[in-house]
Design a protein. Structure first.
Length: 69
């Protein structure tokens, strides 16, 4: 018998910036695939975040990055 849960990739996360809970499923259909926002990945040690952000914080950071360039 195989373990059905062994292949589950979706994770319940809390945004590290604001605490909003959301589901991240990079192997399935994730909300971030629908977004046109593409931020450059920060170099190791330069980002205060270690995991995914919610859609609102991602958009806020994209706006900040656009204004600073």
């Amino acid at each position: 018998m195989t373990n059905r849960l062994a292949n589950v990739t979706a994770r319940k996360l809390a945004c590290e910036s604001c605490g909003t809970e959301f589901t991240c499923d990079p192997e399935g259909v994730c909300w971030c695939f629908e977004e046109s926002i593409r931020l450059p990945l920060p170099k190791a040690g330069q980002s205060p975040f270690k995991d995914c952000l919610c859609v609102h914080c991602l958009k806020r950071l994209a706006g900040e990055a656009e204004r600073s360039s």
